[in-house]
Ligand binder design. Structure first.
Ligand SMILES: [Zn+2]
Length: 63
């Protein structure tokens, strides 16, 4: 079991605090800070899974 430290998908710095993650069509991405997450989200708007859309889909499915 090796603990590989994740790096920020925007700036490449090691992620010290987890929680800044984003679900995209290419899997989940991790970021070192909220700023990087926001910028990535802006740059890859079409690839980022829309939470509200997912919720809507779930809601529809459960009915
Ligand atoms: Zn970063």
């Amino acid at each position: 079991m090796s603990e590989t430290k994740k790096t920020c998908d925007l700036c490449g710095l090691p992620i010290e605090v987890s929680g800044f993650t984003l679900k995209t069509q290419q899997g989940s991405k991790g970021f070192c800070c909220e700023g990087c997450l926001g910028i990535y989200q802006m740059l890859h708007e079409d690839q980022v899974m829309n939470e509200s859309e997912k919720f809507k889909e779930n809601n529809h499915e459960s009915r």
